[in-house]
Write a protein that binds this ligand. Structure first.
Ligand code: BGN
Length: 280
């Protein structure tokens, strides 16, 4: 018997049978495509027997990390399906070789994803972090949520109390409330600490899963070319509260170069401009 979408029940709050998850690293795109032929192009999937409680866009900032993306996709599609998520994957690729701007790419992912579907939850994740426990729900909660607090490369310890990098979840309202990420962090570091300051400035607090449930694999790699440490972060972080009104989603400026709907993800290649004062 066919069930029309109107007759479907909401999915249970907690999906059944979640537990520790073994990350597979010896994988390929071909293997993932073969195992996910049921997906809609663009890396979209939703549960077929119930209506998911949230519509989740997963945003991955990206440049030259195909091997990590291959592993991420292979592991994360089954992971998200097991959590009965209604989701889409957005890989936002920075065009050109200017300094990497992770935060701005996140903002672009948000802005483009909401044109695609009625998303109400956004998971902003690095391409090299994969959860090791299916109870780490890739969803939105009452507060913006930090989910990369227990990485294997840091011996499953919280680096510092306010750390807010790697993987975070924001409802659409929460993200709009903080005006998204800052657009002015070029190079490695600090944009996540600045986002934390925005959350606090707006009177919200952050939450995290327990260290046990948040266990995740983070691939260790050298510093990417074009992503050298940003040495100008501290004054920017200090001024977060004042700057956030004018620097973020409301000042986001970019040009889409292409949008390609692959089987396993939507790839958005984008020109996000150059840091102020950039000279060739
Ligand atoms: C911090 C970085 C974060 C990064 C974590 C990773 C800065 C700002 C200057 C103090 N912060 O040091 O961006 O996510 O390390 O553990 O660089």
């Amino acid at each position: 018997m066919n069930i029309t979408p109107e007759e479907q029940k909401p999915c249970p709050e907690l999906p059944p049978n979640l537990g520790p998850y073994r990350v597979e690293t010896n994988v390929s795109f071909v293997m993932s495509v073969r195992q996910n032929e049921d997906m809609e192009f663009g890396g979209r999937s939703k549960p077929d027997t119930c209506t998911a409680l949230q519509k989740i866009a997963i945003v991955i900032p990206f440049r030259n990390r195909e091997p990590h993306l291959e592993v991420w996709l292979y592991n994360m599609h089954p992971f998200l399906k097991k959590q009965r998520a209604d989701y889409g994957i957005y890989v936002v690729e920075q065009n050109g070789d200017a300094k990497f701007n992770r935060a701005k790419l996140m903002n672009v992912g948000f802005a483009e994803a909401i044109k695609d579907y009625d998303y109400n939850c956004f998971i902003f994740t690095d391409v090299d972090i994969i959860p090791m426990d299916q109870r780490n729900l890739y969803r939105c909660f009452k507060n913006p949520r930090h989910m990369a607090n227990s990485l294997d490369k840091f011996n499953f310890k919280l680096r510092y109390k306010t750390v807010f990098g790697g993987v975070v979840a924001f409802s659409k309202e929460q993200f709009q409330k903080v005006n998204g990420f800052s657009n002015v962090f070029w190079g490695w570091g600090g944009e996540d600490d600045e986002l934390y300051q925005r959350v606090i400035a707006m009177g919200m607090s952050i939450e995290r899963p327990t260290q046990e449930i948040a266990k995740a694999k983070a691939f260790v790699h050298g510093r990417d070319t074009g992503n050298e440490r940003n040495v100008k972060t501290i004054p920017l972080i200090r001024k977060a509260k004042e700057r956030m009104k004018r620097d973020g989603l409301n000042s986001l400026d970019y040009k889409v170069i292409s949008i390609t709907k692959h089987r396993l993800y939507t790839k958005i290649t984008v020109d996000i401009g150059l840091p102020e004062g950039h000279l060739f």
